[in-house]
Write a protein that binds this ligand. Structure first.
Ligand code: PLP
Length: 429
């Protein structure tokens, strides 16, 4: 039993947590016992009970540079010394201007205008508003639906939920509340011309009523950790262009190098009309995301009813978040992220491939700094998590998946430890 610097002991804090604090998709009062983290540094989470865990999750894809990075800490402190926040209506500031300019520079060709949103889900809401407003302004009032493929995840707010596969079995709660979108079958891992044709045909069939196609490029994350062939993105680009439908890429999980390219769209060499980024944008320090769009989309919106984009949150363009994002993008520019990701990729292959064929294992897949072990049965989440923790690794298994996306600064030894943690989790479930 440990006492924290505040003087409170671990058991008291966990009791208060259970009584008062909602956790993702959890009941209230809480039933499971979360692990109490006291601090984090580099790739290690330090638990209140004194244990240190190598973080296999990068705080859900975000902490690419690890925790307490001196450059990010410094950028945050420096900006706090100048201005923590200021409204973005009628005012602007250098951190936001620098960030937008850098993102336009880094993004696939044609994306020129940046809306700084306050979370990934909100950036998806904004992207959808961009598409619906642009179509309306172009005289396509009937184009109000979205088309996506099954197995996606785009966030938990209302419109993003409509383009997700059911999350946590809770989607039937919203029957009759949410608009019903158009779904294509799951995109296969390999290129299948028959599937590509069916995708083209589905888009063509619904062209009169669809404003935009929205997908996660190359990797479907929280909807099932599936990888698909990049050629499907070219198919979508071609067919959406042919019918005047907008193409939205949600790069919130895949962006900033995670799949081995800076943006996953680069695997296919295509540019969307609208793109969302978030998560690793601030190196995982603060909540910030962005929706980028082309000049053509922006011009349509600006020429339409109201003359502008219908969104403007209180914390839009938060200077602290923008300053840390600028520092994080600077770190990516100045370090060889590509070789760091390659080291993780080969470590994950070495560590996870031997699990192929192990009892209960249905598939093993690795791409960039992402490693996935899929089971042939649902994972026992508390048991698998505890086994990984006992092996000194933080993982968050779900459904039939035990997976990792380590911070880019993880060493080969750290990656080997993560793989051992995954093997330990597989063995108990
Ligand atoms: N889109 C994708 C692809 C995501 O992976 C996520 C988060 O997991 C979101 C959107 C939602 O982002 P946030 O949790 O920041 O709202």
């Amino acid at each position: 039993e440990r006492t924290l610097a505040s003087g409170r002991d671990e058991r008291t804090l966990l009791g208060l947590d259970r009584a008062h604090v909602w956790h993702p998709y959890g009941p209230m009062p809480g039933r499971s016992e979360p692990y109490l983290v006291e601090s984090a540094e580099g790739v290690r989470l330090k638990l209140a009970d004194g244990r240190e865990l190598v973080d296999g999750m990068s705080s859900w894809w975000a902490a690419i540079h690890g925790y307490r990075h001196p450059v990010l800490d410094g950028a945050l402190a420096e900006q706090a010394g100048r201005m923590s926040h200021v409204m973005f209506g009628g005012l602007t500031h250098e951190p936001a201007i620098e960030l937008a300019t850098t993102l336009v520079d880094l993004a696939p060709d044609g994306l020129e205008h940046v809306f700084l949103a306050d979370s990934g889900s909100v950036s998806v809401e904004v992207a959808i508003k961009m598409a619906l407003q642009a179509q309306l302004a172009r005289g396509h009032a009937g184009r109000r639906r979205l088309l996506t493929w099954r197995g996606g995840y785009h966030g938990d707010t209302f419109h993003p939920m409509t383009v997700c596969d059911p999350v946590g079995g809770m989607h039937s709660l919203w029957t009759g509340v949410l608009p019903v979108q158009v779904f294509a079958d799951l995109p296969p891992a390999e290129f299948d011309p028959v599937y590509a044709d069916s995708l083209r045909a589905l888009v063509a069939e619904h062209a009169h009523e669809v404003a935009a196609v929205i997908v996660e490029p190359v990797v479907q994350g929280a909807g099932g950790m599936r990888f698909h062939h990049p050629e499907y993105l070219r198919v979508l680009r071609e067919v959406t262009e042919a019918y005047g439908i907008l193409l939205i890429f949600d790069e919130i999980a895949t962006g900033f190098g995670r799949t081995g390219e800076f943006f996953a769209a680069e695997h296919a060499g295509v540019s969307p009309d609208i793109m969302c980024v978030g998560k690793a944008l601030t190196g995982g320090y603060l909540t910030l995301a962005a929706a980028l769009c082309t000049r053509a989309v922006a011009e349509s919106i600006s020429a339409g009813e109201g003359g502008g984009l219908a969104h403007g949150p209180t914390f839009m363009g938060n200077p602290l978040a923008c300053a840390v994002a600028n520092a994080s993008l600077g770190l990516l520019r100045d370090t060889n992220w590509r070789s760091l990701v390659r080291v993780i990729e080969s470590g994950l292959r070495d560590g996870l491939e031997p699990l192929r064929g192990a009892p209960g294992v249905a598939d093993v897949r690795v791409l960039g700094a992402i490693g996935v072990v899929q089971l042939d049965h649902p994972v026992d989440m508390p048991k698998a998590t505890a086994a990984a923790v006992d092996a000194g690794v933080w993982l968050r298994p779900f459904r039939d998946l035990i997976y990792t996306m380590p911070p880019y600064v993880a060493s080969a030894d750290d990656v080997a430890r993560i793989a051992a943690g995954i093997a330990a989790a597989v063995a108990v479930t």
